[in-house]
Design a protein around this ligand. Sequence first.
Ligand code: SER
Length: 314
Amino acid sequence: MKRIMITGALGQIGTELTMKLREIYGTDNVLATDLRRPEEGSAILAGPFEELDVTDAERMDQIAAEFKPDTLMHMAALLSATAEKNPVFAWNLNMGGLLNALEVARKYQLQFFTPSSIGAFGPNTPKDNTPQTTIQRPTTMYGVNKVSGELLCDYYFHRFGVDTRGVRFPGLISHVKEPGGGTTDYAVEIYFKAVREGKYTSYIGKDTFMDMMFMDDAIDAIIKLMEAPAENLKDRNAFNVTAMSIDPEMVAASIRKHMPDFELDYDVDPVRQAIAESWPNSIDASEAKAQWGFSPKFDLDTMTEEMLEAIKKK
Ligand code: SER
């Protein structure tokens, strides 16, 4: 039986992760925490919830001491575009929060998960079929945070024996909670705009390829990696995972199979476009497949179907 504490539980990943973990391990065994309490009636409040600013080490420790989890999933972080607007704040939140969480995991001997990202790669990383172990010289604050985080998690494993585990997520696409401040967000917005307005203006340019994955597959990947027998893992952190490499035109073509009149045009945002161009076109997830059986179920067309259906129902 697992008892799990989550930070950033109201974020894009945290929201669905919390619900799924409660389904599997029991509502009372999954503590959601976030900066602010959600509105009354929110599904997250069906189980335990605490307000937590992850830069407050003492409060994080106190909550863990009271809840007595065996696992900590640290999801609270700023995404790439927001981090670029306020790099010092991003460093303090992303790195300070992670260090506090790792310290709690060390003190209470908790299994630990935190996500890295395709943002951990940079312009001189091989662009296609990017290997898991390769050049990492990111040019964004978010990327600097993610590489540092990967190293820090490895360090806590080797130095203190903390069971740290992590993946490099691509852009994650979901209809439950919209992301905020990411470079890959266009691939979520495009579905909402398709249903609501029949057209979308993309801030990411034509022919700009990035890796993406449907949220259900992302949540499954977290659970699978956390349950994988330790002896199967040659690596602990920074597993490449992805389900597809796509550009805006491909998403539009997939949407048009259901909505033939859907229109896509472009108004490229230079900041987010530059970030996208510094990231790989497609990453190689073979280590995740070999070491813990990563196997995403959704491709572009099955994801499009799910997204359009779900958004129409809202
Ligand atoms: N989705 C993230 C972002 O765009 C990438 O990890 O910032």
